[in-house]
Design a protein around this ligand. Structure first.
Ligand code: PLP
Length: 273
């Protein structure tokens, strides 16, 4: 079943209006949440981020955060989701096509679930990434459904036999197409500061929490691709890939197997699930 505002509807009966602003302008926001054994991981943090994204694009949510929480929880139960993801988005609703906001704004919440196993093979064995210019806009901190820059970056990875593309803006490594990026140097963690150039990942927050607990320094600092090449370890994080080791960046091997710090973080992460 699909959640459309207040109703749970079979997928084939859901119809999106051609003048839904999400469809025409990418005028909306979204979240992806993990469900492990029927239990939702970090729902409150995702909802807080949704609320922030809404505020930043001046979108009025169709219901309270508490109501969205209840609806998402009910959807998972109705669909009997065990291990997988919930995707939900809110668009600025349906109105005659005008760039400016419609007057009587009625935003539209839709959500659906997908069974999805954890990518255990890559979590254990690591991946290769490539790099490209970060061509996205200057508000990457908003989780908007307008994802063309991210789509092109991800496709670049696929066309170059890699798993993810790490983006670079003015010689500074920002983040992946749909993940945050970390390096480890001399036992410390480095990642791009949480400003307008990256999305502040919920998994990134979890890594920060774990690092604090273990006494590993979590340093939010800009770094270049050259520093990535000289790193001891590297990994990406996201709701769907969790903490995934990066063994190779372009043609440079970072490590032959997942590094010790990365594995330690992964271990602690698993304990939270
Ligand atoms: N950065 C971008 C651009 C993303 O799209 C995502 C997730 O989709 C992330 C980072 C990681 O965020 P999270 O850990 O909340 O999934």
């Amino acid at each position: 079943m699909i959640l459309v505002n207040d109703q749970f509807i079979p997928r084939e009966n859901v119809h999106i209006d051609i003048e839904d602003r999400g469809y025409q302008f990418g005028d909306g926001i979204y979240e992806v949440i993990r469900v492990y054994d029927g239990k939702i991981f970090r729902l409150d943090q995702h909802l807080l981020r949704l609320e922030r994204s809404a505020k930043e694009i001046k979108l009025v949510l169709p219901m309270s955060i508490q109501e969205i929480k209840e609806k998402i929880t009910k959807l998972i139960a109705i669909n009997n989701l065990s291990t997988g993801i919930v995707y939900f988005q809110v668009t600025r609703g349906v109105a005659p096509r005008e760039h400016s906001f419609p007057n009587n704004r009625v935003s539209v919440l839709t959500a659906y679930t997908t069974e999805k196993e954890r990518p255990l093979d890559k979590i254990q064995n690591g991946i290769k990434v490539v790099t490209t210019e970060d061509i996205r806009w200057l508000r990457c901190d908003i989780k908007t459904i307008n994802l063309l820059g991210n789509v092109l970056a991800k496709q670049f990875a696929i066309e170059n036999q890699a798993d993810e593309t790490i983006q670079i803006r003015n010689n500074i490594v920002t983040e992946g197409s749909s993940s945050n990026f970390f390096i480890v140097k001399n036992g410390n963690l480095y990642t791009h500061p949480a400003n307008n150039f990256i999305l502040k990942g919920i998994t990134r927050d979890v890594v920060e929490e774990i690092a604090q607990k273990l006494g590993i320094k979590f340093i939010e600092q800009e770094f270049s691709l050259n520093e990535v090449y000289k790193a001891d370890e590297a990994f990406i994080t996201s709701t769907t890939v969790e903490i995934m080791p990066v063994l190779q960046v372009n043609d440079t091997k970072i490590s032959h197997q997942p590094g010790q710090i990365t594995k330690t973080l992964q271990n602690e992460f698993s304990k939270l699930l």
